[in-house]
Design a protein. Sequence first.
Length: 226
Amino acid sequence: MAGFLRPVIHAPVLAPSLLSGDHAHLAASAATVADLGLKWLHVDIMDGHFVPNLTFGPETLAALRRHGSALFFDTHLMLAQPYRYVEAFAKAGADLISIHIEPDYDHAATLARIRALGSQAGLVLNPDTPATAVQPFLDQIDLLLVMTVQPGFGGQPFRTDQLPKLALIDGWRRERNLSFRLEVDGGVDLATARECRAAGADTFVAGTSFFKAADKPAFAAAFAGL
Ligand code: DX5
Ligand code: ZN
């Protein structure tokens, strides 16, 4: 009996972040991901209020679909009022919609609305938000995203202080026999992903490290072997 080994909950998934792709050729950036045999694409939506930057809207997802992308759109809403936009993103093709816990709105109702629209529902924690903030919602989500940088920009250094939070949430997941995915986003490369995997993460957003990788097939294969 491998009694001392923790059972693995999910095989590792690499979700390259479109934020680090070519913003004048987003369909080509998405195709780069799909051509490697990867299934997920992380799409960062920023409103200039919740985070000090602007990116894409629902029409971006719809256009990627029209250009033939069949990737799983892992849609990260960094919005002060996400409930105003979940329907538009679901209709545009978002397979999973993740909303931040920090703004004050009805999180449970918004998660339920996302699922009613036919998308998977995720919750996101900023680095300085304690894990206890999401504890009441763990049975209402398909994914929990732990930010490993302050959201807003790609290319920031990974925050190792988030590793205990991952281990804590993974422990709750096991205790309660839940199966939501545990994702990390920000400063993730192969080395930091290994640390996150050891702490319980199974889903890895990579922006800069993916799009700058000279040998993308080797990069993807390394993540598959985490
Ligand atoms: C940051 C975004 C990330 C970003 C990560 O606010 O949520 O998804 O693309 O970029 P890297 O991997 O470069 O840190
Ligand atoms: Zn993101």
